[in-house]
Design a protein around this ligand. Structure first.
Ligand SMILES: [Zn+2]
Length: 287
């Protein structure tokens, strides 16, 4: 859930052209034969911004499908962007779910359904393993029921999620993890809300996001200064909030964007009843 920087379309097109006309590749004959068709399909993808409701999968021969999947598995030097993506895991967070890892590349439109987009840069996303099962259901039944696309959905730079913590309590001196309900922080009835709702329901709710948030809240209660080193129980509520917002900005910077799990946590505790709870228990949390 973040916006990705990708090379310009012209750079990407030249990488694809150089690949499909590379006589040294094992599959060069079939790739050359399909080059114009594939270029057309890439243009369609670009025009539709990868929206699965506007793109049908093509009927490709088995030969070209296999050749494209082989290209994806062992990209030649000409597919620079793909090689760079495969070697890079320093993004700071998963572009799909916002967890603090990204260890693999995934396809926005699944490569088994859309083999023509197996090596298309704008279809590739650095992600964690949150996506193992999800791509089979890459769209819902009505328009806008699709996943957030980090290449095109500009709204994903905004804060999209809020976690409502409830029922945190202490038993025999130890804090118990609260329940954590992840909610959307976007105006209802909008296109963005419908997309994000699908993303939340079909993907985020199947990750460890809410358990992770609950555990962070428990640890915050247990030793608040580890999370907010500058906070003191003697501070005013405005000063404590300022400490939270400082950590929020750091998390945005370190993990890229505002929807990584750490930013979601700091954003959530900076507001509403979550903040009231921290304020009420400040003596024990920061003492
Ligand atoms: Zn993920």
């Amino acid at each position: 859930m973040r916006i990705l920087d990708t090379p310009s379309n012209i750079q990407l097109q030249s990488q694809h052209t150089a690949t499909f006309h590379n006589d040294r590749l094992k599959d060069h004959r079939i790739l050359r034969e399909w080059a114009i068709f594939l270029r057309g399909r890439f243009d369609c993808f670009q025009a539709a911004e990868g929206n699965p409701f506007e793109l049908d999968s093509s009927i490709l021969s088995e030969d070209i499908s296999k050749a494209l999947l082989r290209l994806y598995r062992s990209p030649p030097k000409t597919l620079k962007h793909l090689i760079e993506l495969k070697g890079r895991n320093g993004l700071g967070s998963c572009a799909v779910c916002g967890s603090l890892h990204n260890t693999q590349i995934d396809h926005y439109l699944p490569k088994d359904v859309f083999p023509e987009y197996a090596v298309l840069s704008k279809n590739l996303i650095p992600a964690c393993n949150c996506n193992q099962a999800k791509w089979k259901n890459y769209k819902g039944t009505s328009t806008d029921e699709r996943f957030i696309n980090p290449h095109y959905d500009q709204f994903s730079h905004r804060r999209l999620l809020y976690v409502r913590f409830s029922n945190a309590r202490r038993e025999y001196g130890t804090w118990i993890a609260p329940s954590a309900k992840v909610e959307l922080h976007i105006a209802k009835g909008t296109r963005e809300h419908r997309i994000a709702e699908f993303h939340l329901r079909e993907l985020l709710d199947r990750t460890k996001l809410s358990e992770w948030q609950a555990e962070q809240f428990r640890m915050l209660c247990q030793g608040g200064r580890r999370y907010l080193p500058g906070a003191r129980s003697s501070m005013t509520s405005g000063q404590i909030k300022k400490e939270i917002l400082t950590e929020l900005r750091k998390a945005d910077y370190q993990h890229g964007g505002s929807n990584n799990w750490r930013s979601i946590f700091f954003f959530s505790i900076s507001r509403g009843r979550n903040f009231d709870f921290i304020w009420k228990n400040r003596a024990s949390i920061f003492g």
